[in-house]
Design a protein around this ligand. Structure first.
Ligand code: PEP
Ligand code: MG
Length: 941
C-alpha cells in the first residue's frame, strides 16, 4: 500500500522515498518539510503528521481520497494522540488540531488553513474543564465554526462578521477582549444558526468528519482562484499540489502567560541583521498575521517572558544557520512553553535580498556564487526604479499636502489614483489603464489581485508583518501599512485625516521608504547605483563569475569559454558615461542617425537628402562631418580602452524629412489663402517627399542598401569615426572603433561597400600618422544573412544580432504595430507564450542565431558575436546568448546591472559538468597478449 501520510518523526522514510531533500519538499511541501526537519533537530514542534502532495494530486484527479489515505490518517492520529497525551474528540482530555496547507513553494495566504478542529458541543465543555478557562474554550469554538463555514463551505465572511458586530454593538463592546465566556457561548449559538441557515445542515459534531472535510478543503484550495492567480504570477507549476499538515493545536490565547507571533530572523525590508517580528499576548496566530490588532515588537517579549524569548532567539539563530537563509518563523507560547509552528525562507524586498545575500556571503554562511543566485534580475530592476525626489517631498510637506504616516512596509515610490477595494483597483488599472493605489483598512488573501494590479498599497491598520506588508514586499509593490491616523469610510468612498479628505479616484503619492503619504503627485527621480554599495559588491561578484575561463564549454573553435560580457547601447557621451558607471565594458550599438535629428543639423541633413548631385550631397556632408567627429570623439573618450561599435546610418531617409501630411495641409492652406511667399519651396519639398514614399519602408531603402545607393553619407561617417579615433589616440586615449554595417542580406553588399570604407580608414590613419585596432562588421537582422553567415563572415569581422529586425523579419510581424494589435490576442490565446519582441523566440529566431554563429565561426573562428536588439537586456534572452556562444550582450545603460547579474546566472546555471576522470587504460601488455592468442587460434583453424 502506498504511503500517503507521514508522522513528523518519519523524516528518514520520507527521504528514502523521495530520494533527496528537494524530493521531500515536493512530497511534503515546504511547510511540512520544515516541520519534519525541525522535529529531527529537536526543536519543540507540536506533534502531528502530513498528508502528501501525491495524495492531493490523486484527489484532484478523482475527487476522492486515494485508497488507504484515510486509514493512514486515522493511524497517524493515534500516534499524534499518544505523543500529545490527549485524545481527538475526547471531552475529558481533548486533542485539537489545525489543518494547514503547504505546497512545495510557499504561497502565503493563498490556500486554506483551519484551526481548532476537534471541538464540538461536548468537547467545548471538556476544554473548559481542562483549562479552567471557559472564555478561551468558547472563543476557540466560535473561531472553528466561522473558519469552517468560510473555508470549507466558502461562506462569505460577512455572514459571521455582521452578527458579531451587531452583538458587540448591542453589548456596547469595542474590542474582542471585552467579550466574556458567556458572550462567546452566546455567539457560538448564533454562529451555529447562521451555519444551518446558510448551508441547510448543522455544523458537524463528528470530529473525524471535521478532519475529513478540512483535509478535502485544503486539497481543493490548490485550485482556488487566488492560488491559481498567484502561481501564474510566480511561475509555479499547477501540477505540484499541496500537502496537508495536521498539527496539534497549541494555544496562544490561554491567558497572559500565552502568546503568539511571527518573526523574520533579519529585517525583510532593509536586510539589516536584526530580528524583526511581532507578537500578541493572549491571541491566536491569525490575529497577528491579519494585522487586525496592532502587535508588539518582538524585543518586548524579553521583558514579558525572558525565558521563552531566550529560547526563541537560540532556536531561530540555529534555524538560520541550518537553512543558510533568513527565516520567517511562526511561534506560539502556551502557558509559558514555546512551540515553533513553522519556519521557511522569508520573502523579502529587493533591497533586503541583496543585503542579506552579500552579508551572508561575507559571514561565510554561503558562497559568493550562492549570493549571486539569491538575487533575481527583477530585484536589481526594482532597485533602479524611481524614488521620490527628497526635495519635492520636503516642499510638499511644507505646502500642506502631507497626509499621513505609517509603517514603511515595502520600499519604492508609488503615485496613483485611490481605490478602496481590490476589484475596483484591478478594474481601473486593467481596463482604464490607470495607475492605481489600493487603500484598505487591512488586506486579506482575497485582495491580492488588486494589490498586484496597483502601483502601491496603503492600509490604516496592521504592522510590518501584516498580510499587506508581506505580499507587497514579495511583489516589489511600494507599501505603507498601519497609517492609523487615516479614517477610511468604505461606504462613502473617502479617507480622512484631521478634516482633510481624499475621495476615490483622487491622486496620492505613497512612499514605501519613509512611510509617508501625500495628497497629489510628487515627482520621482532615478536612484543612483553608485550609492548602493551591497549591490555594487554583488555585481562585482557576478562579473567575476562571468569572467571565469572555462565557465562555458567550447563545442567549436572560436567559441568563448568565458561567460558573457555586458556592453551598452549608447549614442551620446553622457549615455556612454552612464554605461561605464553601470559596469558596461563596451558600446555595442551607437545609432548614429540619432545625431542627425539635432536642431542645428537637421536642415543640413535635409539639404543633403534633397540635393540632386553627388557634389551637392558631399558639400552638405562636409558640413556634418565636424559634428559627427565631435560625437565620436566624446564616445571614445568616455569608453577609453573599451570597444565602441558605431553603426552606419540605418533608417530610410524620409524619416529625416518633414511630415508629408502636415506639409500637404500647409501647402493647401497657402494656396487657399493665396499666399505665394515660400509656396514654391514647400511644393517642391512635397514633391520630393512624395518621391521618397515607399509602401514598406522598413523593408525598403535603408541600411546597407541606402549606403550603396548614396555612399557619400557613410563615407563621411567613416571619415568622422577614424578622424576622431586618430585624434583621441594622439591625446593618449586607447580607442577600439568597430564600424557596423546594418541590414546586410547578402555578402555581395559587403563586398561592394566594405573595401571603400576600409580605404578611407587607412587613408585617415596615414594622414594622421597613427595606428590603432579597428574592425569592420555587420548586423545580422535579415534571415538570409543568418542563413548565409559563413559567407558573410568572410568579410565581417564581427556579427551583432539586431534582434528587433531579425524578429520582425523572421516572424513577418511589424515591430511597430504588432504589439498593440494581434500580439495581445496571440498571447491571451496561448499562440505565443511570450512577446517575441521582448524575449527571444528560441525555436525560430534563436535557431537562426545559433546557426549563424556556428557557420560564421567556421569561416572566421575568432568572430566576435554580440546582440544589440532590445533582447540584450532580457534575462531569458541573455541565457540564450550564453548558450549559443555570444561574446557579449548589449543593452540600454539602465539595464546593464540586470544584464550583468543575468549573465552570471546563465553561467552558473549551465556550468559544464566536471569531466569524470578518464577510465584507466588496460595495460598494453595484456592487450598484446590477447591479440597474439587470437591470432594463434585463427591459425589453428
Ligand atoms: C535591431 O534591429 O535589433 C537593432 C538594434 O536595430 P534598430 O532597432 O535600430 O533597427
Ligand atoms: Mg535594426
Amino acid at each position: 500500500m502506498k504511503k500517503w501520510v507521514y508522522n513528523f518523526e518519519e523524516v528518514t522514510a520520507a527521504e528514502k522515498y523521495a530520494g533527496n531533500w528537494e524530493g521531500v519538499r515536493s512530497l511534503l511541501g515546504g511547510k511540512g518539510a520544515g516541520l519534519f526537519d525541525m522535529t529531527r533537530a529537536g526543536v519543540p514542534v507540536p506533534p502531528g503528521f502530513t498528508v502528501t502532495t501525491e495524495a492531493c494530486n490523486e484527489f484532484r484527479k478523482t475527487g476522492k481520497f486515494p485508497a488507504g489515505q484515510w486509514d493512514q490518517q486515522l493511524a497517524a492520529m493515534k500516534v499524534t494522540e499518544k505523543k500529545a497525551g490527549k485524545k481527538f474528540g475526547d471531552p475529558k482530555n481533548p486533542l485539537l488540531v489545525s489543518c494547514r496547507s503547504g505546497a512545495k513553494f510557499s504561497m502565503p495566504g493563498m490556500m486554506n488553513t483551519i484551526l481548532n478542529i476537534g471541538l464540538n458541543d461536548k468537547v467545548v465543555d471538556g476544554l473548559t474543564n481542562l483549562t479552567g478557562n471557559a472564555r478561551f474554550a468558547w472563543d476557540s469554538y466560535r473561531r472553528l465554526i466561522e473558519m469552517f463555514g468560510e473555508t470549507v463551505f466558502n461562506l462569505d465572511d460577512e455572514v459571521f462578521e455582521h452578527p458579531m458586530a451587531e452583538y458587540k454593538e448591542k453589548k456596547g463592546y469595542k474590542l474582542d477582549t471585552e467579550m466574556t465566556a458567556e458572550d462567546w457561548k452566546e455567539l457560538v449559538s448564533i454562529f451555529k444558526d447562521v451555519f444551518q441557515k446558510e448551508l441547510g445542515f448543522e455544523f458537524p459534531q463528528d470530529v473525524y468528519k471535521q478532519l475529513e472535510l478540512a483535509t478535502k478543503a485544503v486539497f481543493e484550495s490548490w485550485n482556488g482562484k487566488r492560488a491559481i492567480a498567484y502561481r501564474k504570477k510566480e511561475g509555479i507549476s499547477d501540477d505540484l499540489g499541496t500537502a496537508v499538515n495536521i498539527v496539534t493545536m497549541v494555544f496562544g490565547n490561554m491567558g497572559d502567560d500565552s502568546g503568539t507571533g511571527v518573526a523574520f530572523t533579519r529585517n525583510p525590508s532593509t536586510g539589516d541583521k536584526k530580528m524583526m517580528g511581532e507578537y500578541l499576548l493572549n491571541a491566536q496566530g491569525e490575529d497577528v498575521v491579519a494585522g487586525i490588532r496592532n502587535a508588539d515588537p518582538i524585543v518586548h517579549l524579553n521583558d514579558q517572558m525572558p525565558k521563552a524569548y531566550k529560547q526563541f532567539m537560540e532556536i531561530t539563530g540555529k534555524l538560520e544557520k541550518h537553512y543558510k537563509d533568513m527565516q520567517d518563523v511562526e511561534f506560539t507560547i502556551e502557558r509559558g512553553k514555546l512551540w515553533m509552528l513553522q519556519t521557511r525562507n522569508g520573502k523579502r524586498t529587493a533591497k533586503s535580498a541583496v543585503k542579506i545575500a552579500v552579508d551572508m556571503a561575507n559571514e561565510g554562511l554561503i558562497t559568493k556564487e550562492q549570493a549571486v543566485l539569491r538575487v533575481t534580475p527583477d530585484n536589481v530592476d526594482s532597485l533602479l526604479h524611481p524614488q521620490f525626489d527628497v526635495e519635492a517631498m520636503n516642499s510638499a510637506e511644507k505646502d500642506g499636502t502631507f497626509f499621513a504616516k505609517g509603517v514603511n512596509a515595502s520600499p519604492g515610490a508609488a503615485v496613483g489614483q485611490v481605490y478602496f477595494d481590490a476589484d475596483k483597483a484591478e478594474q481601473m488599472a486593467k481596463e482604464e489603464k490607470q495607475d492605481t493605489i489600493m487603500v484598505r483598512p487591512f488586506t486579506k488573501p482575497d485582495d491580492v489581485h488588486g494589490m498586484i494590479a496597483s502601483k502601491g498599497v496603503l492600509t490604516s491598520e496592521g504592522g510590518a508583518t501584516s498580510h499587506a506588508a508581506v505580499v507587497a514586499r514579495q511583489f516589489g509593490i511600494p507599501c505603507v501599512v498601519g497609517a492609523s491616523s487615516i479614517k477610511i469610510d468604505l461606504e462613502r468612498r473617502v479617507m480622512v485625516v484631521d478634516g482633510k479628505g481624499v475621495n476615490e479616484g483622487e491622486w496620492i503619492s505613497v512612499d514605501g521608504n519613509t512611510g509617508k503619504v501625500f495628497i497629489g503627485k510628487i515627482p520621482t527621480i532615478s536612484p543612483s547605483l553608485e550609492k548602493q554599495t551591497e549591490l555594487l559588491t554583488l555585481l562585482t561578484w557576478a562579473d567575476e563569475i562571468s569572467a571565469r575561463k572555462d565557465v562555458r564549454e567550447a563545442p567549436a573553435k572560436g567559441y568563448p569559454t568565458r561567460g558573457l560580457q555586458v556592453w551598452a547601447n549608447a549614442d551620446y557621451p553622457k549615455d556612454a558615461q552612464r554605461a561605464r558607471a553601470y559596469g558596461a565594458v563596451g558600446i555595442g550599438l551607437c545609432r548614429t542617425e540619432h545625431m542627425f535629428f539635432e536642431p542645428e543639423r537637421l536642415p543640413i541633413v535635409q539639404r543633403m537628402i534633397l540635393s540632386e548631385t553627388s557634389e551637392g550631397r558631399t558639400a552638405a556632408l562636409n558640413e556634418l562631418l565636424p559634428y559627427q567627429r565631435k560625437d565620436f570623439d566624446g564616445l571614445f573618450e568616455a569608453m577609453n580602452g573599451y570597444p565602441v561599435i558605431i553603426r552606419l546610418i540605418d533608417p530610410p531617409l524620409h524619416e529625416f524629412m518633414p511630415d508629408e501630411e502636415k506639409l500637404l495641409e500647409e501647402v493647401i492652406t497657402m494656396r487657399v489663402k493665396n499666399e505665394t511667399d515660400g509656396l514654391k519651396a514647400k511644393e517642391d519639398l512635397l514633391v520630393a517627399i512624395k518621391g521618397m514614399h515607399e509602401s514598406n519602408p522598413m523593408m525598403g531603402m535603408r541600411g546597407v542598401r541606402l549606403s550603396i545607393s548614396m555612399p557619400e553619407i557613410v563615407e563621411m561617417q567613416v571619415r568622422a569615426i577614424f578622424e576622431a579615433a586618430a585624434d583621441c589616440t594622439l591625446r593618449g586615449i586607447v580607442v577600439k572603433p568597430e564600424v557596423m554595417i546594418p541590414l546586410t542580406g547578402t555578402v555581395k553588399e559587403l563586398e561592394w561597400i566594405q573595401p571603400r570604407l576600409e580605404r578611407i580608414a587607412s587613408a585617415v590613419m596615414d594622414e594622421k600618422k597613427v595606428k590603432f585596432e579597428y574592425k569592420f562588421g555587420t548586423m545580422i537582422e535579415i534571415p538570409r544573412a543568418a542563413v548565409t553567415a559563413a559567407e558573410i563572415a568572410g568579410h565581417a569581422q564581427f556579427f551583432s544580432f539586431g534582434t528587433n529586425d531579425l524578429t520582425q523579419m523572421t516572424y513577418g510581424y511589424s515591430r511597430d504595430d504588432a504589439e498593440r494589435n494581434f500580439l495581445i490576442t496571440y498571447q491571451e490565446q496561448g499562440i505565443l507564450e511570450t512577446n517575441p519582441f521582448q524575449t527571444i523566440d528560441r525555436g525560430g529566431v534563436g535557431k537562426l542565431m545559433d546557426w549563424a554563429i556556428a557557420e560564421g565561426r567556421k569561416t572566421r573562428p575568432e568572430l566576435e558575436v554580440g546582440i544589440c536588439g532590445e533582447h540584450g537586456g532580457d534575462p531569458n534572452s541573455i541565457e540564450w546568448c550564453h548558450l549559443i556562444g555570444n561574446n557579449y550582450v548589449s543593452c540600454s545603460p539602465f539595464r546593464v546591472p540586470i544584464a550583468r547579474l543575468a549573465a552570471a546566472h546563465a553561467a552558473l546555471k549551465h556550468r559544464p559538468a566536471k569531466k569524470a576522470a578518464a577510465p584507466k587504460k588496460k595495460p598494453a601488455v595484456k592487450k598484446a597478449v590477447k591479440k597474439v592468442a587470437k591470432a594463434k587460434t585463427a591459425k589453428k583453424k
